[in-house]
Design a protein around this ligand. Structure first.
Ligand code: ATP
Length: 233
């Protein structure tokens, strides 16, 4: 579904990505792992066209994304849950959910407000609350729900559970597993390895702008030296 090949990205004269390669297969969860400052957000922002790629190729559903503006990439069916959630603070939870909702790809069984509330019952109880009055966990669930309401084919989550309590993190992993069952592909950046590996099909590790390891969750769990060298665990 998504194929990133030989991707390089610069910030001015400073190069951040050096030939990143990764694939996300339909109906699978892929992770992008790595320590702080290694290039995870830059990779995601390059895919989304938020940071312009310098060279390489990013093909989504047979369309080259490099050079496309972000809104076109989103319209092709990529839903982003950005780092920091970026909930609209002065809109209610409900307004946040519906403000960017659409089903322009004509999915048979699209995401609706009710389906999002089934996935995250906490949100249903807070539907009238303003975005800035929601807890971190509620904001994260809302950011996921808001992305689902655009009915994407691929969901990308940057730091999906950063700063959240273990119970809330668990709810988010359970939800992602549910979402995956609905033929959605997911690319997720997160530091909570244990939970993440349970739902991931393929994992990529990025180190100083290069993918240095990829493999299944079982392979990663068994690779003590890889875990220690690149992730410090
Ligand atoms: P973190 O987990 O801390 O978010 P990351 O793996 O997502 O880290 P990036 O944010 O992609 O890493 O950063 C990759 C490199 O690019 C770092 O060296 C960082 O300093 C640099 N970088 C990131 N954003 C900018 C920017 N706007 N301008 C210049 N350099 C940047």
């Amino acid at each position: 579904m998504l194929s990133v090949n030989n991707l390089t990205t610069h910030y001015g004269t400073s190069q951040a990505l050096f030939g990143v390669e990764l694939d996300v297969v339909t109906g699978e969860v892929a992770t992008l792992l790595g320590r702080n400052g290694m290039g995870k957000t830059t990779t995601i922002n390059s895919i989304m066209g938020i940071v312009p790629a310098s060279s390489g190729s990013i093909v989504f559903d047979e369309v080259e994304l490099i050079g496309q503006p972000s809104y076109k990439t989103a319209n092709l069916g990529i839903g982003l849950v950005p780092e920091g959630r970026q909930i609209f603070p002065n809109l209610s939870l409900m307004e946040n959910l519906v403000a960017t909702a659409s089903n322009h790809l004509n999915h048979d069984n699209p995401w609706t407000v009710d389906k999002v509330f089934d996935l995250f019952p906490e949100l249903g109880e807070r539907r009238k609350s303003m975005g800035n009055l929601l807890s971190g966990g509620e904001q994260q669930m809302l950011a996921i729900g808001r992305a689902l309401m655009t009915n994407p084919k691929l969901l990308i989550l940057d730091e999906a559970t950063e700063g959240l309590a273990p119970l809330v993190r668990h709810k988010i992993w359970v939800a992602l597993n549910e979402i995956r069952k609905q033929a959605m592909s997911i690319l997720v950046v997160d530091k909570n390895l244990t939970d993440l590996l349970k739902i991931a099909n393929r994992n990529y590790i990025i180190e100083r702008g290069r993918i240095v390891w990829s493999g299944t969750s079982d392979e990663l769990r068994d690779s003590r030296d890889v875990l220690q060298r690149y992730l410090g665990v």
